[in-house]
Design a protein around this ligand. Structure first.
Ligand SMILES: NC(=O)c1ccc[n+]([C@@H]2O[C@H](COP(=O)([O-])OP(=O)(O)OC[C@H]3O[C@@H](n4cnc5c(N)ncnc54)[C@H](OP(=O)(O)O)[C@@H]3O)[C@@H](O)[C@H]2O)c1
Length: 385
């Protein structure tokens, strides 16, 4: 039995993780967190009886404590850390919370010598250098749940690291990929949330449309695989069948393919190097599959991807600023306070502001402070609390 601590249990990745745990006798769900979805919390508690549960706010904690007196409850950011470090001995953290809020719990788990299965890409974007250095120091594995990085991990198994020419990350292009820049000026939230291939949480769906998601993934790949940015390429692949590729020096390209289904990378993170049969994952049908198509990535159409390469190469606090500005801007877009293209404008503006002040030593506190400062500035500018 592997003990699992799961952050973000009520979300899209969290629920799919729970499906896998439900159908296996190998895992025991010891601790979970949800945000505000208390209905989901009650359902998970009733089915799995975890020992420890964290929710976003105090009021929900008190309500659940009365309903389930034998379970220990916590709340807020400390609650996430308590879930990540819950229990003694063998255990895994699956971090499927959305946003920078996942960084401190990841670090806490690493310092407890606990392996981390990471869907929360913002963790590696904002704190990649710190997280990977700590993982090395504490001899902990960070295993990706993102489909692209799971694909790269699998493709890298076929060769030697020194023979890699390029990592090639594929991008579906998101809900708005066929729109011109002019058309983007007036797109609605509802249109942006209609992803053609994947069913995901709202923030990542919007990030896919702005191509920030691919930018975050490029930075994530740089940290996870110690790969220079010059060797990380991106390509449009609208069908989302090839999840990413590794190109070797002799011209050989290894690709990982499947129908788009996050159950596969979640399960593989738990079972690797084994590939286990799962009835919920449909096998790829080559004969009846339509064409696979590819297009060059156009940075003038997707300037956020180009900016991600720039902030990634600059390093320091700029990836943290890029990520924080995006989180706040996406939140404002979800609340219908700004237009789709304002997301880009805000990110550009914040990165520009911090570009000349990129010498701060990277500690967890510095990252958290920059994150707070950037978000505060944006919310104050748009008079939103
Ligand atoms: N979905 C995918 O297919 C996919 C693929 C690759 C990578 N990822 C990455 O995985 C992460 C999760 O994505 P998702 O699509 O699963 O997101 P999601 O459906 O929006 O779920 C996010 C989870 O985080 C919780 N949460 C949000 N704010 C919180 C807060 N302040 N305190 C405590 N909990 C909070 C939510 O709780 P409540 O809902 O209860 O409020 C929910 O459980 C993201 O980093 C995303 O980029 C997702």
């Amino acid at each position: 039995m592997k003990n699992i601590c799961l952050l973000g249990a009520s979300g899209s990745i969290g629920q799919q993780t729970i499906n896998i745990i439900r159908n296996s006798k190998e895992y025991s769900l010891k601790a979970i967190s949800v945000g505000h979805n208390i209905e989901a919390a009650i359902a998970i508690i009733t089915e799995f009886r975890p020992e420890f549960v964290s929710v976003a706010c105090q009021k929900d904690k008190e309500y659940l404590q009365t309903k389930f007196p034998k379970i220990t409850f916590a709340c807020g950011e400390q609650g996430l850390i308590d879930v990540a470090t819950y229990g003694e001995g063998e255990g895994l953290l699956i971090n499927a919370v959305v946003g920078m809020i996942g960084l401190a719990p990841t670090i806490a788990a690493i310092m407890k010598k606990r392996d981390v299965l990471l869907a929360n890409k913002e963790t590696l974007v904002a704190g990649g250098e710190l997280v990977m250095a700590l993982a090395k120091q504490y001899e902990v594995n960070i295993f990706p749940i993102d489909s692209e990085h799971s694909a790269i991990y699998q493709c890298l198994l076929s060769g030697k690291r020194e023979d890699v020419a390029n990592l090639i990350i594929t991008a579906s292009g998101g809900a708005l990929r066929d729109k011109t820049r002019e058309e983007l000026a007036t797109v609605s939230l509802e249109e942006t949330l209609k992803h053609p291939n994947w069913s995901m949480g709202k923030k990542i769906t919007i990030d896919s449309a702005t191509m920030v998601n691919k930018g975050l993934e490029v930075i994530e790949a740089h940290h996870l695989f110690s790969m220079p940015y010059e060797k990380i390429k991106t390509i449009l692949h609208p069908e989302s069948i090839i999840h990413s590729m590794v190109e070797y020096n002799d011209g050989s390209i290894i690709a990982q393919m499947s129908y788009p289904n996050m159950m596969l990378p979640i399960q593989y993170a738990l079972t690797h190097p084994h590939h286990i049969k799962n009835e919920a994952i449909k096998m790829l049908d080559f004969i009846n599959m339509k064409n696979l198509s590819f297009q060059a990535m156009d940075f003038s159409r997707f300037p956020m991807l180009e900016l991600a390469y720039q902030v990634g190469k600059s390093g320091g606090i700029l990836p943290t600023v890029y990520n924080a500005a995006n989180e706040a801007a996406v939140d404002l877009f979800m609340r219908k306070k700004i237009s789709f293209l304002d997301i880009e404008k805000i990110i550009f503006e914040m990165v520009k502001q911090y570009q000349t002040n990129n010498k701060i030593a990277i500690t967890l506190n510095a990252i958290l402070q920059i994150d707070r400062d950037v978000k505060k500035f944006i919310y104050e500018t748009y008079e939103v609390c």
